[in-house]
Design a protein around this ligand. Sequence first.
Ligand SMILES: [Zn+2]
Length: 307
Amino acid sequence: MKPANDVKNRVHHSRQKSIIIILSCLLMIVVILIIIFLAAYSNTKNEGSASSESKDNVSEQEDVTPVEQKEETNSTQPEIVVGNVPVGGNCSTALGKLMVINANYNVDNTFIANRRNQLVDLAAMYGIEEANSWNGIPMLDAEAAKHLHEMLSAYTTENPGHVMRTMSCFRSIGTSCGRLCAATGTSDHHTGYTCDLIDTSYGNTLDTEYYNSHPDWQWLKANSYKYGFIDRYPVEWAGSSMDEPLNVDENGTTGYYETWHYRYVGVPVATEIAMGKYNNGDYDSLEHYLKAIGYLDDLKKGTCKFE
Ligand SMILES: [Zn+2]
C-alpha cells in the first residue's frame, strides 16, 4: 500500500504545482493587461487635452492669454504678462491688459505718469475724436487703440451716418464724486486700456438715467467683446443702490454702474466675461473673473495669488 500512497502523493503534489504555475501565469497576464490599459488611457487623455487646446487656438486667433494655460495646468502658477510695467503699481498691474485698478488695488502717481508715456494718441493715429475738448488728447495703449479703431469702424458700418467718439480715455487725475467716478490712484482710466464712449447724436452727456435706451450703448454691450472690450461696470455688478457708499467687495462687486465705460482685455478674455463662463452665463465683472481663474486672491484686501 505504501508505494501506491507515494504515487498518489506525488501525483497530488505535481497537480498542486501545475495549479500554482497556471495561477501565476494568469496573474502575470492580468498585471500586464492592467499596465497596457493604463498606458493607453493616459495617452488618450493627453491627446484629448491637446486637441481641445488646438481648437481654442483656432477659434481665437488673438494672442493666447495665460487664461488657457491656467485652465490646462490647474495647479501651476499663472504666467504673468510682464510687459513694460511702470513702478508704483499694485500686484495686478503685472497682468498687463488684465490689470485691475480700483479702490482696493491702488496705483501711485509714479505709475500714472509713466503709464501715460506708454500710450498712443488716438486722434493722431486713427482720427478718433474726443467729444469733450476739456479731456485733452485721447490716449490709449497701442494694442487697445488698434482694436478700438476696428470696433468704432464696425459701429459706423453697421449704423450708417453714426460715429462713436471717446469721452475721456486715459486720465491722470481721478475725481472723488461718489459712485460715478473714481479718485486718483483708484481709477480704471489709469490703466491706459479704457475709454468712455458716446455717439453724440443720441445726446452729449453720459446719462445714467437713459443709457439703456441709447442705441450706441446697446450696440457696445452686444458687440464690444468681439473687439476685446468689456462693459467694465455692468449694472449686475454695481452692488448696493447708487445712493449708498462705494463698496468694492470680496465677491467681485465693482461698486460702479457705467455702461459707457469700455475696457480692453483682449478678445479671448472679453468673450469669456461677456458669455459669463465663470458666472453661470451672465455678464461677469473683471474682478470676479480674475478671482475665478486664480489670478486675484482677496478682492477686499487687494491681494494676488501670484505675489
Ligand atoms: Zn469711465
